[in-house]
Write a protein that binds this ligand. Sequence first.
Ligand code: NI
Length: 228
Amino acid sequence: MILSIPNLLDRDTVAALRQQLDAADAPWVDGRATAGYSGAPVKHNQQINELSPLAAELGDRVLAALERNPLFISFALPNQVYPPLFNRYGPGMTFGSHVDGAVRISPANGRKIRTDLSLTLFLSDPSDYDGGELQIEDTYGVHEIKLPAGDAIVYPASSLHRVTPVTRGVRVASFFWAQSLIRDDACRVILFDMDNAIQRLHVTDADESARRTLIGCYHNLLRQWSDT
Ligand code: NI
């Protein structure tokens, strides 16, 4: 399942991040710095040096927003989140079809993170560039994603995906991965649906004891299925 998260960052925060990313001394490097052997030949973009203080500072702001976002928590059931990276695509830049590596080592603490979910947080408005669509393949076909600045998309990291060539302007984004408490996508979606249903029963003042039973089922499934 692919989920968009509207307004993960508000406009002021996006503007503040962009000001630092667009500064002349921002440490942009070749995007292949973090690509594996299969991704490197098709990756043509730039990214902020992931070991730089700027990457850590801006990444922490993104993580703080994620931790406060109930939709992300409910959908992803995150265990660990990889420190956010930042990339940009100018005219002619693209990232061909690939599947993200299954395990990454966090530069922050050396821990291995299994990439269950991939995230892209858009930091350019769609009117600022042409091309640069994120295309994600799943069993229903190809989904073309281009969201307003501040919105994020979360999708299974097992999906084949690509970024089409930018033909005008600059596409700036943050991208990273999460290891979920629930490894299996289908199980995770069941828990997300159940959580949504429980929330709706609450706001519609439905039978309280039935709602309590469902909450119990939710937590008992989470206990059965989660790994930490
Ligand atoms: Ni990717």
